[in-house]
Design a protein around this ligand. Structure first.
Ligand code: SF4
Ligand code: FES
Length: 372
């Protein structure tokens, strides 16, 4: 059996710690605590191994990666090894000096998350008072440092009605690109789906709003719009296909084909302490389990799209059908698709709007978005 192509990117979840508590966070519901995180020397080794494996892009993520005091050292090691570095941040911990230090270390791109267009609603969604103002200041610091800026906005029922405002916010921040991504219902978002699931009318309005903005802002700010799985005809190739383009290293060093793979109990997950990254990527059992198309059941097995979307998302298939090997129920060809649509409509119509913030507490904080 020949070795797979090397991955394009490594998503390094340096920590699960974060001052914000967004209810759609893709981190697992069981968060890793600081004491179980990889130390600096191990992360530097992981970066070296990623370079040897052929990784071209490093996405420094979390949680909030800026809680790690070694963020600049990790960035510098990646830059030394010729890996493109991208910081994915909530933007509330780094000031002008902090971002300048990262730029000096070799950082090449920043992705800043925003929660809403208005401060009161944004701070309520993130569960962090004053966060919105800090993000505005951070965007200025990124621009002052001369770094390209992408603004990431996760959208859902509680902020979609202000999508035009979110587009204006990103424009005002000087973003080169705006990524509008509908919440993916894994991890905390799955737990909060009754508060977050959009109505079909909101999704239709979002498509029209983005189309108009793209036309108006052509050449000024690029806009990506990742449509919700639940409303599409076919699923997306989650992570570009299982074990094809991206690998994830969690704060504790577990090496995953996607950020939610730990929800799949049948997977044998290895850590960076067990074997080198290249060995895990090339023939690790977790990567081999759903790589390619040979594992597929019908209807994927005989579908002409099987090497385009790779059967969609394994984690969503598990969450909604009980079996990770099933066709993603977001696909209209899945026998479970009607169940997914019924659930989505029930969540969109019946939710209270009250959500649970992500966090470590046994009794999690709850919140709701104030009216405008
Ligand atoms: Fe993709 Fe499988 Fe649906 Fe075909 S049946 S479109 S391969 S998810
Ligand atoms: Fe795991 Fe999609 S999030 S395969």
């Amino acid at each position: 059996m020949s070795a797979p192509e090397p991955p394009m990117g490594l998503l390094a979840e340096l920590t699960h710690r974060c001052p914000l508590g967004c209810p759609y966070c893709s981190n697992p519901v069981e968060l890793t605590r600081a004491g179980a995180e990889l130390d600096t020397a191990t992360w530097l080794r992981v970066i070296d191994e990623a370079a040897e494996l052929g990784v071209l892009q490093l996405h420094l993520s979390g949680g909030e990666p800026a809680v790690r005091p070694d963020l600049a050292a990790i960035t510098a090691r990646a830059a030394e090894r010729g890996i493109y570095t991208n910081l994915i941040t909530a933007g509330v911990l780094l000031d002008e000096a902090g971002i300048a230090e990262l730029r000096e270390a070799g950082l090449e791109h920043v992705q800043l998350s925003v929660q809403d267009s208005r401060a009161a609603q944004a701070d309520a969604i993130g569960g962090y008072a004053g966060g919105h103002a800090k993000k505005r200041a951070f965007a200025e610091a990124v621009r002052a440092a001369g770094l390209p800026l992408t603004v990431n906005a996760v959208v859902h029922r509680q902020n979609l009605d202000r999508l035009s405002g979110i587009i204006e916010l990103a424009l005002g921040m000087g973003a080169d690109r705006l990524e509008i991504a509908h919440a993916q219902y894994h991890g905390w978002a799955y737990a909060n789906r009754a508060a977050l699931m959009p109505t079909r009318a909101q999704v239709d309005d979002a498509v029209a709003t983005v189309e108009a903005a793209r036309y108006r802002l052509e050449g000024v700010m690029a806009i990506d719009h990742v449509l919700p799985d639940y409303d599409a005809r076919y699923p997306k190739a989650c992570m570009g296909g299982w074990g094809r383009r991206i690998l994830v290293v969690t704060p504790a060093g577990r090496v995953l084909p996607c950020h939610a793979a730990e929800t799949i109990p049948e997977l044998t997950v290895e850590t960076v302490r067990d074997r080198p990254l290249a060995a895990i990527w090339n023939d690790g059992p977790a990567f081999e389990r759903f790589r390619g198309t040979a594992w597929m059941p019908e209807p994927c097995r005989s579908c002409e799209r099987r090497a385009i979307d790779f059967g969609g998302c394994r984690c969503q298939a598990l969450a909604l059908t009980g079996d990770a090997a099933n066709t993603d129920p977001a696909c209209t060809l899945s026998p479970y698709h009607d169940r997914l649509r019924a659930l989505a409509e029930q969540d969109a119509a019946g939710g209270t709007g009250c959500f649970v913030y992500r966090g470590y507490a046994a009794q999690p904080r709850r919140g709701a978005v104030p009216g405008t």
